[in-house]
Design a binder for this molecule. Structure first.
Ligand SMILES: [Zn+2]
Length: 115
């Protein structure tokens, strides 16, 4: 695909290749910033046009921030002096044999990446 042929829909100027496009998007009241996207930019008005590969990438990133449709509710209990959260059966099944977890905080969310 040749991006150089794209004319700006806002002002009609010839757009130029851009490799540093930044998109900010609000998903479920959280603002996310996606950087390093490619496409074209209008030198006249600054309007940006993300190419198909980058819009796919942006969508993937955005989807990570969306809450899943099913949310399990659990109470934090104490076991052996530590606070414990039980893994719901459905999620445990999906995890299979994976047993390593990286855990970090995002605001008041505990995020666990299992591998
Ligand atoms: Zn323009």
């Amino acid at each position: 695909m040749n991006n150089k042929e794209i004319k700006c829909v806002m002002c009609g100027a010839q757009t130029e290749e851009a490799k540093d496009i930044v998109i900010t998007s609000t998903i479920q009241s959280r603002e996310i910033v996606i950087t390093g996207l490619t496409g074209t930019r209008c030198p006249e008005c600054g309007e940006q046009y993300v190419d198909s590969e980058s819009s796919k990438k942006a969508l993937e990133v955005a989807n990570k921030f969306r809450k899943p449709a099913i949310v399990f509710k659990r109470k934090v209990t104490v076991s052996g002096g530590r606070r414990v959260i039980g893994i719901p059966e459905e999620i445990d099944r999906a995890l299979g044999k994976k047993e390593n977890v990286d855990i970090w905080l995002e605001g008041d969310k505990i995020v666990a990446e299992v591998y």
